[in-house]
Write a protein that binds this ligand. Sequence first.
Ligand SMILES: O=C(O)CCC(=O)C(=O)O
Ligand SMILES: [Fe+2]
Length: 284
Amino acid sequence: MDNQAAIPPELTRWIVDQAAAGAPADAILQPLLDAGWDEEAAATAITSALNDLVADHARDNGLPLPVPVPVPVGFNGSSLLEVDGRQIQVLANLQLPRVVVFGNLLSPEECDGLVELARTRLRPSATFNAETGRDEVHASRTSQGIHLPPDAEGLVERIERRIAALLDWPLENGETLQVLHYGPGAEYRPHYDWFDPDAPGADAALSRGGQRVASVVMYLNTPARGGSTSFPDAGFEVPAVKGNAVFFSYDRPHAITRTLHAGSPVLEGEKWVATKWLRERPFR
Ligand SMILES: O=C(O)CCC(=O)C(=O)O
Ligand SMILES: [Fe+2]
């Protein structure tokens, strides 16, 4: 069998049932191989059955269609990912929302270096106003921030390359790295990082690189108390620990991704983070 048109409906149903029951890809593939399918045709049959399922679900529920998102490399159950000669720890792994917490993404020296590059240039953080299509300062985001373009010392670029390699996502699809500083009491109230496509200002936001599809928030210090990144829809909280990072992806601009998140108030001390937002396409 070499043609996807030959997939019988009962086989499609069987594939969908297996996937819905949580069967791993191998467990779906093997019976097809045993029945005499060649591997490529079987993989095509499985992919097309699952794509149809997702498209039907989106149509039936009035959801946008999902798009490809970054996925951490070599993610096969190992607790350490080797990227660029660096051992990055996998500290937590959540499917919905899709969240991975990394340890040792940055060295203490790299964290300090980013803070130094940003410290003297901070300005009150702006939030994208979907109504106007402009960045504006708002009470829901009481941090200070600065965009750091790739720099002469190479620190910013080195980190950007590491993230691109870790997530197997083109370097040019990344927005400029942003460093944020939260003083005592400062917070970033619950929000989504994707842009609401129906908002009047969406065209301006989407014109460079399309939607955001993932975020990486790197902790540049360990606040004395408070300052975790929380995901209220999942009851999940990522403590801010220097050198660690939280990655989350969202395959469509919709609450179904459950990626609502917040920078919880800093209760004592201060908090520094660097955020990298990744787009669907080159951000130029
Ligand atoms: O500070 C945090 O923990 C979250 C930052 C954040 O949500 C963002 O930069 O988009
Ligand atoms: Fe955010």
